[in-house]
Design a protein around this ligand. Sequence first.
Ligand code: NAG
Ligand code: NAG
Ligand code: NAG
Ligand code: NAG
Ligand code: NAG
Ligand code: NAG
Ligand code: NAG
Length: 500
Amino acid sequence: MGSGSRGGGSGGSLLVPLFLLLLSFHLSLRCSSAAGAGGNGSGEPYVGVTIGTAVTNLLSPSDLASFLRAQHITRVRLYDADPRLLSALAPTGVRVIVGVPNDELLALGSSPATASAWVTRRVLPFAGPNSTSPNLISAIAVGDEVPTALPSALPVLLPAIRSLSAALAAANLSSSIPVSTPLPFSVVLDPFPPSQAYFNQSLAKSFILPLLAHLANTSSPLMLNLYPYYALMQGGGVVPLDTALFRPLPPSQEMVDPNTLLHYTNVFDAMVDAVHVAVRNLLGNNSAAPPPVLVTETGWPSYGDRRAEPYATRDNAEAYNSNLIKHVLEPGTGGGGGTPMRPGEQASVYIYELFNEDLRPGPVSEANWGLFYGNGTPVYLLHASGAGGFLANDTTDRTFCVASDDADLKAVQAAMDWACGPGRADCTAIQPGQGCYQPDDVRAHASYAFDAYYQSQGRASGSCYFQGAGMVTTTDPIPFLEKWLAMLDRLAKWPHFLSD
Ligand SMILES: *[C@@H]1O[C@H](CO)[C@@H](O)[C@H](O)[C@H]1NC(C)=O
Ligand SMILES: *[C@@H]1O[C@H](CO)[C@@H](O)[C@H](O)[C@H]1NC(C)=O
Ligand SMILES: *[C@@H]1O[C@H](CO)[C@@H](O)[C@H](O)[C@H]1NC(C)=O
Ligand SMILES: *[C@@H]1O[C@H](CO)[C@@H](O)[C@H](O)[C@H]1NC(C)=O
Ligand SMILES: *[C@@H]1O[C@H](CO)[C@@H](O)[C@H](O)[C@H]1NC(C)=O
Ligand SMILES: *[C@@H]1O[C@H](CO)[C@@H](O)[C@H](O)[C@H]1NC(C)=O
Ligand SMILES: *[C@@H]1O[C@H](CO)[C@@H](O)[C@H](O)[C@H]1NC(C)=O
């Protein structure tokens, strides 16, 4: 049955009741990959990914844009504001946190005119009602982990944030583009149990308090990079691996905060609540609503030094990121539901990171945080069934082969001819008049044929190569229901199949 084999049995008894239904549907069949990811501006929690660029042969901006679209990734965080990349992302519907690198802080923080020029050059072309991509930039992250990464820039950080906010306000963009700075979680001391957490006193009054005031005043989020992995590594046994990975523990082994009696089933929630407590302790109980928390980095390395970094394994990385996605996106299954202290207030997160940054120096794990290798091959497959259309959909045994957006059309055509001919893929549905003929487009047809071949080969490695015209994705380009309809449509055209 070609590519229809995925997704379980197709018992004959089921076919008949659906049979009449499908006839009215077959004209609207859509068999190509969904166009555009469609940025979502609503308040729903979301999962994005960070994109670091210390990658050998990083994809070109246009290839990166296609890759994000194919993977249904709609939120990304960049560490700078590269206009070539922003131009490529502008038409995709992806929403982007742009960054001010730490080494630009001094210039922006010491001169409002420089900050204003930065906004004019980096932001205005991609923002505002007259731009072609008014929603592209979702926030500006000023610096990254400045208190630990570049403490000498701390005195200019708030001035830089204020100057950038003022420049955005002058362009009437302050309500659509918040400005904040990703803090390292290490500014929160004594996070376990969360009820005892507080901000490092040497930063609290001088830096964090005025930062919080500014964030509240501009409706901007408190950005934090938050890693249960490091809590585990540095926790000296306090943090169990399973809780760091969101794996359920028997109730008797759950972490209970002795002061609040709240039960913590995972370290991530405990860390977020520790931030809430630290904020409350600093602002006092009577302050107006504190800024929401936005997790600008979290993740798990898939490989590391065997002795020094024993938890950096594929299994752990896959478990952490899959469970994280479910936790954030799936209300009603323990996810989307906020923390024990703030039920219903789910922080959105950015997974660190999209690509393994093989050029990063430091411990072995530094180069192994990615979901994908630099060439777009998945490092491991996520298991997050039901978590929406994000790449995280249950990829147990589920990868798909599609025509690469940038492969030459002739090459795509030749590869499709091969797949449907010598490759013996079942290409019936893309023949004229059949369910997946529309859209009559070479890439759409080729994606169908490539995937049919790839699935027929048991997704064997190399079976999606097609001389470079194929690309593996972890997101089903042809939603299952549509394949069913296409298959049933075929049965309707040749009723003798029913009696097989
Ligand atoms: C955004 O998400 C909400 C809830 O999931 C959905 O109803 C809405 O249609 C989405 N909007 C866009 C533009 O995708
Ligand atoms: C957008 O374009 C309109 C019409 O050209 C113009 O009147 C308006 O001032 C522009 N707005 C901005 C923010 O540039
Ligand atoms: C400023 O932006 C808001 C929406 O964000 C809009 O309603 C308002 O008209 C804008 N004002 C000017 C002067 O462009
Ligand atoms: C608190 O912050 C200061 C200044 O950044 C730093 O030197 C100190 O080590 C921090 N204290 C702890 C306990 O992390
Ligand atoms: C809050 O914003 C207003 C106007 O945007 C500004 O005048 C005021 O100084 C700000 N307050 C703080 C604490 O940043
Ligand atoms: C906030 O309230 C808690 C109890 O709800 C109390 O223990 C704490 O002292 C209060 N903190 C401040 C700063 O008022
Ligand atoms: C993701 O999974 C859900 C539920 O299993 C399914 O309805 C949806 O179509 C899937 N999305 C994609 C893009 O595969």
